[in-house]
Design a protein around this ligand. Structure first.
Ligand SMILES: Nc1ncnc2c1ncn2[C@@H]1O[C@H](COP(=O)(O)OP(=O)(O)OP(=O)(O)O)[C@@H](O)[C@H]1O
Ligand SMILES: [Mg+2]
Length: 352
């Protein structure tokens, strides 16, 4: 005869003590979803006392909009025969307090076939602090990404408008000097020719550094022009043609323009660095209320499942960027089969 804890007075008392001292809310409901057990932690969380809720439907503790779905899910869980699982998988679940306010919870459910019928037990924890911390972190990341871009934009603009202009003026003056040197001073003329070559190189690197920081076309002419510039730049450096299938009528504001541009830039950089491709393709269009971006190459590909090399931050940054925009990204690749980066970014109404 198995030892039955429910008929053993001491064990029952111990069990009840355990339930009452638990930090997590513990609620059991019967087959008809009526509350049969409700511990002290649950009292604190929900504001109802055990006496107030005993025998009442579990719906009392669930926000209105989830009630139907929740009932169905519990019944489905009951039918599976699985003994326990986490509730809500990847979404945040919400519970309802006596005063009508809601709070986010982590919950798991288990089922037990008791002699009186099926018993479901939910163990739950108030995760308000954690959810808030995560939201704060996301807001901070988004804010700091914006600030970084503004800073890059300012430095790029100053390099381009001030430093490059000054170097160009210096070059004009140097040419003037060369033209006014006595014909016979060959050594000085030679020196000045060298100076002019260096000034040309200095102007070129200033422009390049500025454009790498943030291409001015992005702010001046918009995303489509900036993608065209990036594609030309890519082909110039690598000799690999880049086909563009970009909706020219797209007129995207921030943060979308910068986000999409940086994704295209990183993807093209990867193709230049790793792919040994014969062609690259960039596609960008709007489908309903989302931007759909694809950057593809026909190069050597790589194993996407391999662990990340510690110094490789490109794809991590790319994912981070897409998540900041609340979008989704997929990188498909295999050795010999090329690489494809697909991003789908929802666009808020009025942003485009
Ligand atoms: N288009 C591609 N073709 C082939 N391999 C690629 C391609 N894109 C990425 N990879 C592979 O994935 C790895 C990770 O890419 P990721 O952009 O994260 O880092 P990285 O390019 O190595 O360095 P970083 O971008 O930080 O300068 C690369 O090292 C490369 O092996
Ligand atoms: Mg990279």
């Amino acid at each position: 005869m198995p030892h039955n804890i429910l008929t053993d007075q001491n064990a029952a008392a111990r069990l009840s003590g355990l339930l009452e001292s638990a930090m997590d809310g513990i609620i059991s409901v019967d087959d008809a979803q009526r509350i049969v057990l409700y511990n002290r932690a649950a009292e604190k969380m929900f504001g109802w006392t055990a006496d107030e809720v005993r025998g009442r439907p579990l719906d009392l503790l669930i926000p209105n909009r989830y009630r139907g779905v929740h009932g169905q899910q519990v019944r489905r869980f009951g039918a599976t025969g699985t003994t326990s699982r986490r509730m809500g998988d990847n979404t945040v679940l919400y519970a309802l307090r006596k005063d009508g306010t809601e709070f986010p919870i982590d919950a798991s459910i288990s089922q037990l076939n008791a002699p009186e019928g099926k018993l479901y037990t939910v163990i739950l924890r108030d995760v308000t602090e954690r959810v808030k911390a995560r939201e704060d972190l996301a807001a901070f990341a988004s804010e700091s990404a914006g600030v970084r871009e503004q800073e890059k934009s300012r430095i790029a603009r100053e390099l381009h408008d001030e430093l490059a202009q000054m170097l160009t003026a210096l070059k004009m003056d140097t040419i003037w000097m060369r033209d006014h040197l006595p014909r016979e001073d060959a050594a000085a003329r030679e020196k000045i020719t060298q100076m002019l070559a260096m000034l040309d190189a200095a102007v070129a690197s200033t422009r390049r550094i500025a454009a790498d920081l943030r291409p001015l076309v992005l702010d001046d002419l918009g995303l489509v022009a900036a993608i065209e510039w990036a594609a030309q730049n890519f082909t110039q450096r690598t000799g690999v043609p880049c086909r563009l299938e970009v909706d020219e009528t797209l007129d995207l504001g921030e943060p979308y323009a910068t986000g999409v541009f940086r994704i295209v830039q990183e993807s093209l950089q990867n193709i230049a660095k790793h792919a040994r491709a014969t062609e690259a393709v960039v596609e960008l269009k709007r489908v309903a209320d989302a931007l759909v971006l694809r950057v593809q190459d026909d190069g050597v590909g790589f194993r996407t499942g391999d662990p990340r090399k510690p110094q490789s931050l490109g794809l991590v940054g790319l994912r981070e960027r897409v998540h900041l925009l609340r979008g989704e990204v997929r990188v498909d690749s295999a050795p010999g089969a090329g690489t494809r980066v697909d991003a789908r970014i929802p666009v808020a109404e009025g942003a485009a």
